[in-house]
Structures are given as C-alpha cells and as structure tokens.
Design a protein around this ligand. Structure first.
Ligand SMILES: CC(C)(COP(=O)(O)OP(=O)(O)OC[C@H]1O[C@@H](n2cnc3c(N)ncnc32)[C@H](O)[C@@H]1OP(=O)(O)O)[C@@H](O)C(=O)NCCC(=O)NCCS
Length: 188
C-alpha cells in the first residue's frame, strides 16, 4: 500500500468525528498514557507500560503494514483548531494472507472515551475498508474473538453486525475463560 490509509467517521450526536490512520512514533506518549487504564491491561493482548514498550508496539504496527499482514489504526477524535486530535482508541485488521478467506479484527477504546460509540463506529469503518480492499484477494469473512465475560466487547460485536458463531474453549494462560467467536461476512 503506497499512500497511508486514512478513514473518516462522521460525528455522532454524542461524539466528535473520528479519524483512523496508521500509528506514528509521535503517538507513543498518548499510547502510554491511555494504556495505564486497568481495563485495557485486563483485556488487551499486549501491555504498554512505558515509552520503550510503546515504541516497540508502534514499530510492530508499522512492520505489519509493511508486510501486508496486519493493519493497525490509531483512532483519533477530531478537535476544533488549534487543539490537536486526541487519541481515543485502536482498531486492527490482522491475520491477513492473500487468498485466505478469513481475517481477524481487534479494538480497544481509551477509558475516558468509552460508551459513546468509538469502538463500534471505528470497527464499522475498518470492516468496510477491509472488505473493499481485500475481497478481490479472497477475503470473505472477518472474525472477532472476545472472552465470554467481556460484555462490552460482545455488545460492540452485536452492534457492528458480527453475528455470534460459536463458543471457543479457554486456552490459559492467555485466555483463562471461554470465548465467543463472532463473524461478519462480505454480504451482510
Ligand atoms: C470493549 C470496548 C472496546 C468498547 O469500547 P466503546 O468505545 O466503549 O464501545 P461502544 O461505545 O461502541 O459500545 C459499547 C457498548 O457496550 C456496552 N457496555 C459497556 N459496558 C458493559 C457491560 N459491563 N455490560 C454490558 N454492556 C456493556 C455499552 O452500553 C455500549 O452498548 P450500547 O451502545 O448499546 O449502550 C472498551 O470497553 C475497551 O476498550 N475495553 C478494553 C479492551 C477490550 O476489551 N478490547 C476488546 C477485546 S476483544
């Protein structure tokens, strides 16, 4: 992909417009700040505790874009000038392989921005972009996995038309509880 991908999401009655764009090194300080929230540490798969972790994490996102297998977007809330856009979340398309019918999505929202549709609106934009971009290359379905006790994530899946598919057995230590697999197909 030559030019950086930037996705725009319109404002809602309770939330400013969103901009989704690839992660930059300049995001590290804000990433470390939002990663302090306990809920992010509980549910997110990697922990960013300091600038060194944040730098490695952003580098991994950039390597994913370069390799064409993982596409991580920072989610920012547009702010009136001269205030800078504020980091409010993350969405990612991962496990992308040419010719493979399935890929996976993931997301988190900064604690201060939850409950106003950031994850579901960003996920919708990611989903549309993923199918537009990779359907011709064989992508047919997107998978969303969460632990059964992550009720907010289950609700995001439902709102975003990722239908419940099956229960996934626990796989400790990474996944101590059973999980849900939700799927959205190109046609829905
Ligand atoms: C899950 C998460 C991404 C949701 O982000 P968000 O921006 O608040 O999501 P949205 O506002 O789009 O939707 C959240 C929905 O969950 C609901 N919700 C929140 N907490 C809930 C709970 N404890 N039980 C049931 N529903 C809950 C909200 O009411 C909302 O539904 P509604 O719009 O019908 O009212 C966020 O809580 C988060 O980052 N959690 C930690 C990381 C994580 O779990 N990532 C997903 C891993 S699979």
């Amino acid at each position: 992909m030559s030019a950086p991908v930037v996705l725009q999401v319109a404002a809602s009655p309770v939330s400013p417009a969103l901009v989704l764009r690839p992660w930059r090194m300049a995001d590290v300080a804000a990433l470390v700040e939002v990663s302090r929230a306990p809920a992010l540490r509980q549910w997110a798969s990697s922990v960013v505790a300091n600038d060194a972790d944040g730098t490695r994490w952003v580098q991994a996102q950039q390597q994913g874009w370069a390799a064409g297998c993982r596409f991580g977007f920072a989610v920012l809330e547009a702010q009136p000038a001269p205030v800078r856009e504020q980091l409010v979340g993350s969405v990612v398309l991962k496990e992308v392989t040419s010719g493979k019918p399935a890929a996976e999505v993931g997301y988190w929202t900064a604690a201060h921005a939850r409950g106003r549709g950031v994850a579901s609106r960003a996920l919708e934009a990611l989903t549309c972009w993923a199918f537009d971009t990779f359907e011709a290359d064989g992508l047919e379905r997107l998978e969303l996995l969460h632990q059964v006790d992550n009720l907010a994530s289950c609700r995001v899946a439902q709102k975003s038309r990722y239908d419940f598919d099956t229960i996934l057995p626990a796989a400790p230590p990474s996944f101590p509880h059973d999980g849900h697999l939700h799927i959205r197909r190109t046609s829905t």
